[in-house]
Design a protein around this ligand. Sequence first.
Ligand SMILES: *C/C=C(C)/C=C/C=C(C)/C=C/C1=C(C)CCCC1(C)C
Length: 253
Amino acid sequence: MDLSTLSLGQYTFIANAFSFGLAVMAAATLFLWFARSQVAPAYKMAVTISGLVTAIAAYHYLQIMLSWDAAFSVMNGNLEVTGYPFNQAYRYVDWLLTVPLLLIELILVMRLSRSETVSKSVWLGGAAALMIILGYPGEVAESAGTRFTFWVLSMIPFVYIVYQLVVGLKGSIGKQPENVRGLINGAATLVVISWLFYPIVFLFPLIGLTGGAAITAVEVGYTIADIVAKAVFGILILVIAMRKSEAEANAQA
Ligand SMILES: *C/C=C(C)/C=C/C=C(C)/C=C/C1=C(C)CCCC1(C)C
């Protein structure tokens, strides 16, 4: 990533996207944690983890913003690189922590049997971590060949996760109460669609986008995807937890 190809406009646009990302993640965290009192004890863990994911992301967006700021200086309206590298590892460490937790949110809100909860969390969470670890060497590689090789490797666990969400969870979703079946299907679909963004954004520099335009597309693209995959998804998990709590309280009354 050659930072000196950025225009002042592109630099500012990316800085604004990071700032927006931080604001959304921090607000979502407060909202989710305060709303935790609205759900039955069985669903509190799912909502706690939803807020934890956005909290981890808010912290990393702050670090990303600081690293972005340190990498540039503006002199008389001209953008200069300081030589201090923009640290991409913040994004990948964030994903390494949050991506398995996002899948666990979905598994927890389904309230499966204990053994199913554990085995699905381990397999899906493990595949998610592997996917991120395999993507990182490609993200920081200078050569297009290396970037593409690690894209292919990372796609293997990615395809496994998508298959599990689309086909593997079908039986468990069928056993969910009717008032939330559509919402849980929607949550699984939101994961598949929002996650699909990442491997596509990753390919931008390989499909003709170069220089400042490629950096802008990748950084802004990841930020939008993060907001959908973490904050919007977290709210959806909260809504499912509230509906299930309500239905279970009515069934008991
Ligand atoms: C909150 C962050 C989320 C949901 C991040 C998800 C990230 C991915 C689904 C990344 C996938 C990748 C590939 C499938 C191949 C290329 C490398 C990655 C890591 C961008």
